[in-house]
Design a protein around this ligand. Structure first.
Ligand SMILES: *Cc1c(COP(=O)(O)O)cnc(C)c1O
Length: 374
């Protein structure tokens, strides 16, 4: 079945009583047991499970072509559960440009708990091999990465990891399963900030993990979620399922518009560089083309000059909203360094663009008038 059909149908079972075509929202936190104490509906208590969450998990597993999925209250909660399912003393390798929230989890939360981690340039396969230790249990990938759109070869890193008996987790938030299927390329776990493209309307905070196999590691993560309780509400699950139905169409449009915007910006004299894997000049273009079916709706630019020029451009656009986050219908522009704070790796003249669902001509016209203002 194709992804557009899965997005509409998987998990959407008509309920026998009411026959709702659109599912109901199940707010109950507890579920009636049978006389013998069993749970005939399969539900006990909402921290452990809920019908809206179960439906969402079924849909997410199908979209990523995995065996099982677990939905969380945020992308970071999902990432934290993966790390917590390892043991103190284990070692994690992550990209040196990993999402700053993931790096903060590793440093601030899990290092004191005993989890070791090293950040490495994932494009340098020899450096990755050298950074592996006997304790390395997990390689954490994010491709394309944030905010410089570095591309990691998922097949090559998975081969290195598996040779060392380590797992691979891939943050697939930016690419989405429409454009990239990490589990098919060798990864063992996919992580999503569902907050972004999958829910897609900038009104849900949620995360997810999708597992290639329903194995012991999956069971461990599931038990961490059940005991620690980082679950999304039934309403958030319902909103996410609603957004998921249109996600292939949204992401395809956003990706096509981003390609045009990247080509336009790369010809403007006020712009020093454009980071977008769909440009043949991008260092990761070949690898991206071999593992993605499109290059995504995210790009970043470096404005000639410095922080002041970048800020001026962000203040001069009218259709783009100056705000953080990504993946919604509204195009956003953001000065990354000021969001990430003192430890940022983002250049001061960098702006990150999340392309929305507006018409490409209007977005280009908006950027044109803002560039004239510089
Ligand atoms: C937003 C984001 C996260 C964190 O997700 P939250 O839902 O904000 O917790 C992780 N990785 C990437 C690539 C993101 O864009």
């Amino acid at each position: 079945m194709k992804i557009e059909t899965k997005a509409v149908h998987i998990g959407h079972n008509i309920e026998p009583g009411s026959r709702d075509v659109t599912p109901a929202i199940h707010l109950s936190t507890t579920f009636q047991k049978a006389d013998d104490g069993s749970t005939p509906g399969g539900y006990l208590y909402s921290r452990a499970n809920n019908p809206n969450r179960a439906t969402l998990e079924t849909a997410l597993a199908a979209l990523e072509e995995g065996a099982a999925a677990i939905a969380f209250s945020s992308g970071n909660a999902a990432a934290a559960a993966v790390f917590q399912a390892l043991a103190p003393g284990d070692h994690v390798l992550a990209g040196e440009d990993v999402f700053y929230g993931t790096a903060m989890l590793l440093n601030d939360l899990l290092k004191p708990w005993g989890l070791k981690s090293t950040l490495v340039d994932m494009a340098d396969l020899q450096a990755v091999e050298r950074a592996i230790t006997p304790d390395t249990r997990l390689i954490w990938l994010e491709t394309p990465s944030n905010p410089l759109l570095h591309v990691t070869d998922i097949r090559a890193i998975s081969a290195i990891a598996h040779k060392a008996n380590a797992m691979v987790a891939c943050d697939n938030t930016w690419a989405t399963p429409l454009l990239q299927l990490p589990l098919q390329l060798g990864a063992d776990v996919v992580m999503h900030s569902v907050t972004k493209y999958l829910s897609g309307h900038t009104d849900v905070l949620s995360g997810a993990l999708i597992f290639k196999q329903e194995n012991d590691f999956y069971t461990k993560v599931r038990s961490i979620q059940t005991s620690a309780g980082a679950v999304p509400s039934p309403f958030e699950c319902w909103l996410t399922l609603r957004g998921l139905q249109t996600f292939p169409y949204r992401v395809r449009a956003q990706s096509q518009t981003a390609q045009h915007v990247a080509e336009f910006l790369s010809q403007q004299p006020e712009i020093e560089s454009v980071h977008y894997p769909g440009l043949p000049s991008h260092p990761g273009h070949q690898i991206a083309a071999s593992q993605m079916s499109g290059f995504g709706g995210m790009l970043s630019i470096q404005v000639k000059g410095g922080r002041a020029e970048a800020m001026k451009l962000a203040a001069s656009v009218r259709l783009f909203t100056h705000a953080t986050s990504l993946g919604g219908p509204h195009s956003l522009i953001e000065h990354r360094a000021s969001v990430e704070g003192v430890n940022t790796r983002s250049p001061e003249n960098l702006l990150r663009l999340s392309i929305g669902l507006e018409h490409v001509d209007d977005l280009i016209e908006d950027l044109e008038q803002a560039l004239k203002n510089l």
